[in-house]
Design a protein. Sequence first.
Length: 151
Amino acid sequence: YDRMNALGDYATEQLNAMFERMEAPMVAGNFGTLFKVKLKEELNYSELIFSGLRRRGMFMFDHRPNLMTTQHTKADVDAMVAAFEETLCELQPLGFVPGEGYKNAKPEFDPNKPPKTDAKIGKDRDGKQAWFVPDVANPGQFTQVSQSNVM
């Protein structure tokens, strides 16, 4: 229980630090292994945040509490934080989430370290090299992933 509770604390600390860095109006809170991400203000289409997480392999319910289990590790938490950051980097420039943290948040691309075995190199919206994996929800489509989004 101590390890799981500490993991819940770690998740909250990492998420809150990233939300602040990204200038996003969000906050994470926890009670032991139970954690929840809350919006500081109402956002139109806030469900896009959770849709973006799911596209990156993080299955979290929209605006609902989530739990750490005995199977979760620090690496899982780091991947979740990275998925949130990538999602915010996708939504902030489009105006769906306030803040300009996306301008300095892009991870460095390493062509020798694919984040997943089925990842392929492509170009992102800015014309920079990035990793993409097949989008299981949309056959024939691909979703951009980062170096840190390894599951």
